[in-house]
Design a protein around this ligand. Structure first.
Ligand code: NDP
Length: 297
């Protein structure tokens, strides 16, 4: 925000806070700086006749109607690569947390329960079978980390990656049936909505764990709650939810679930790099230079 304010006239979320002032400023707005969670629908673009560029602070741009932007000749940029390490780290951290019951163990100690006897046992991670749904930049970084844990790695994606030695399954359901941990790291949006549904969770089975660091929309949240309540899977670790920041009480109440508030890229170092890149894209546009990281066509 400091860099933006130094370089531009910034209307900070004016469309949400002051519609009258927004309507007055809208004809002069030339760029949107969006967070990863921002919604930039067609209707918002309709109000911005001078719009030239949309810069998303995040690699996922499912909140932006990219087709509507393209129709207007408005490029969209995002921040790939700079957050890959952090999100992969968090994927492994959540996997370890849910398997080894780290948040539960912490609560156990704080609640003074230790003198009453040992905490419940966890599930061994080293050597277990990991299935990755989405073997892109972050999925591959997760796989490299999991190799360090001696895990066997399989994946699904839109297309098989002949260059990797990991085993490919054409569907999430087929993959889920063969693994102990299912890690979801695809983009959000309509193409992946509800990809992890009741059938996939049933295939994962009563000893299987789901980890979602992708988008809440990729997992059918009602089906997940049902699967947990019925003991159809062993547990879940979730960084993202269908209706953020609202987390269903049915999830929050469960002991076999680990919840984090969409923080997979939330380190000082990475958020700085994301900010620099999101700002750099705007600077490049207004300097008439090629965009640094436009979203793929
Ligand atoms: P990439 O584009 O590099 O990788 C996406 C992967 O998902 C690709 O392997 C792609 O398959 C696969 N995929 C896409 N659509 C489908 C589908 N319908 N079915 C199965 N697989 C599919 O993206 P990144 O790895 O950089 O990022 C992935 C996502 O992670 C982001 O889009 C974002 O939503 C999420 N994310 C979440 C964060 C958080 O804070 N929790 C932070 C950062 C990112 P193929 O290779 O065949 O094209």
């Amino acid at each position: 925000m400091e860099a933006l304010r130094a370089a531009y006239v910034v209307h900070d979320r004016l469309h949400q806070t002051d519609p009258v002032a927004f309507a007055a400023a809208a004809p002069r707005i030339r760029a949107i700086a969006a967070s990863g969670e921002s919604k930039v629908p067609r209707g918002l673009m309709d109000q911005l006749p001078a719009l030239e560029v949309i810069s998303v602070f995040g690699v996922g741009y499912d909140g932006v109607d990219v087709a509507a932007a393209r129709e207007r000749g408005v490029p969209v940029t995002h921040t790939p690569d700079v957050l890959t390490d952090d999100v992969a780290d968090m994927g492994l951290a959540l996997l370890l947390a849910v398997a080894r019951r780290i948040p539960q163990a912490d609560r156990f100690v704080r609640a003074g329960q230790w003198p009453g006897g040992p905490a419940p046992l966890g599930r061994k991670v080293s050597g277990a079978r990991l299935g990755i749904v989405g073997l892109g930049r972050i999925g591959q970084a997760i796989a490299r980390r999991a190799e360090g844990f001696g895990m066997s790695i399989a994946y699904t994606a839109r297309r098989e990656k002949p260059a990797t030695a990991y085993r490919y399954y054409p569907t999430s359901q087929a993959l889920a049936a063969e693994v102990d941990f299912l890690m979801v790291i695809t983009p959000g949006g309509d193409a992946t909505r509800g990809l992890i549904n009741a059938q996939v969770l049933t295939a994962l089975g009563p000893k299987g764990y789901l980890i979602n660091v992708a988008r809440g929309s990729v997992v059918d949240q009602a089906a997940l709650i049902h699967a947990l309540e019925q003991g159809q899977i062993a547990g879940a670790a979730l960084d993202v939810f269908e209706d953020e920041p609202n987390v269903p009480p049915a999830l929050a109440a469960r002991d076999d679930v680990v919840l984090t508030p969409h923080v997979a890229s939330a380190t000082w170092q990475t958020r700085r790099a994301m900010a620099d890149l999101a700002f750099g894209n705007l600077q490049a546009h207004f300097a008439g230079q090629p965009l640094l990281t436009p979203v793929p066509q």
